[in-house]
Design a protein around this ligand. Structure first.
Ligand code: ATP
Ligand code: LTN
Length: 353
């Protein structure tokens, strides 16, 4: 390549660098309020990626319908989630942030994929089994087909990487199976094969009262989680009441000291200090010391987040404007995929006269 051509080549690379960036997509179901688990396991990582990847993050409001919802509360919560995303530092210019229900193509692709999904694959999903047990009175078909809608969310935007917590790995595997089925049958390369992107540190934050299960924002026992918009008194109370084992040593040992290990993980990720450092600092000290300090770290981290969230919630018109802009950008991309999927499976394109 001549010097001239290489300069032009580099300029083009820079100009079109967004085309070469890998696409990341993730979302969070609009139920409860985001917790420390969501922040550490998901949003903290999303934030780190917003400069280096082409990122789409969405509010999974359709997924929220798998459990019964009060319409008013759902609407309010969707705004609040969006405000929580923004307050946690997701930039609506750098990322495409949108509400799932604003893009009708999610449900359209979901139907096509539903018709390709063997029931046996859905029967294996452990999250369905857990949620069905918890929601005995409302085990609806949506709860069962939830992973197919999730696959559609991902495939619609031809995502390369999907940052999720450990708990979502199985859903990602199903999504990858569906890409295999689809492309095998209708043509290689129509849907892109995505990969899970699970961060090693703090990938799974556990419940404060029962550290053998994950911290979950839809937990009916509020003491099990810290919501990122909890007030300071509540945060302090919940952390001080966190379950620890009967020993005294502050040591990271998930098998024998699940509670303390969970507190150390939270402390370490929020303060960006290695766990070994913390173990040293708390050698010979009591659990109570660790809890008091951790409560302070959490409060300091979340104080500006809650303030920003509350400020944003006072300006709905601004939130609507941003959501609308996000939807426009997302829709253009979603439409391309659904058009090629519909064509591949043999659906007639509508002729406009
Ligand atoms: P729900 O209780 O409504 O199922 P959830 O708290 O499990 O909610 P999701 O909306 O399912 O949260 O997940 C949003 C993102 O946060 C996902 O990427 C998920 O893997 C991650 N996540 C959820 N809980 C945790 C946790 N305890 N530790 C780490 N990551 C988590
Ligand atoms: N099921 C997810 C939320 C979710 C999601 C997605 C995550 C819905 N669609 C697509 C990543 C990609 C969860 O984390 N519980």
């Amino acid at each position: 390549m001549s010097a001239f051509h290489s300069v032009v080549h580099r300029a083009k690379q820079k100009r079109y660098s967004f085309l070469m960036k890998q696409t990341i997509l993730s979302g969070s179901t609009v139920t409860g309020n985001l917790t420390l688990g969501n922040y550490i396991g998901a949003i903290q990582n999303w934030k780190k990626m917003q400069n280096d990847y082409d990122c789409l993050y969405f509010l999974a409001d359709l997924h929220a319908l798998t459990v019964s919802q009060d319409p008013k509360v759902l609407r309010e919560r969707t705004y609040s989630f969006f405000a929580q995303y923004l307050a946690l530092g997701l930039d609506p210019q750098k990322n495409i942030i949108f509400a799932q229900s604003h893009i009708h193509q999610h449900t359209e692709l979901s139907w096509v994929l539903t018709c390709l999904t063997p029931l046996g694959f859905l029967n294996r999903m452990t999250q369905f089994k857990e949620k069905a047990e918890k929601n005995e009175k409302n085990v609806n078909a949506g709860l069962y087909t939830y992973p197919i809608l999730m696959a559609s969310d991902i495939l619609l935007y031809q995502a390369d990487l999907v940052p999720v917590g450990e708990d979502q790995r199985q859903h990602l595997e199903l999504c990858r199976d569906l890409v295999g089925f689809f492309n095998n049958r209708y043509g290689a390369g129509i849907l892109k094969m995505p990969q899970a992107f699970v961060s090693k540190m703090g990938a799974r934050i556990m419940s404060l009262q029962d550290p053998t299960k994950k911290m979950s924002k839809s937990d009916e026992n509020e003491k099990n989680f810290v919501s990122i918009i909890d007030d300071e008194k509540k945060i302090e109370k919940k952390i001080k009441a966190a379950a620890t084992d009967s020993g005294t040593e502050i040591k990271y040992d998930v098998d024998n000291k699940a509670g303390v290990s969970n507190l150390l993980t939270i402390y370490s990720t929020l303060s960006e200090r290695p766990i070994a450092d913390l173990e040293k600092e708390y050698e010979g000290k009591m659990y109570g010391h660790l809890k008091v300090d951790l409560a302070e770290v959490v409060i300091q981290t979340l104080r500006p987040v809650k303030a920003k969230h509350d400020e944003l919630m006072r300006d709905r018109a601004y939130l609507d404007k941003l959501l609308n802009a996000g939807a426009e950008r997302a829709q253009a991309r979603a439409q391309k995929t659904i058009a090629s999927v519909y064509e591949a499976v043999g659906l007639l394109p509508r002729q406009l006269f």
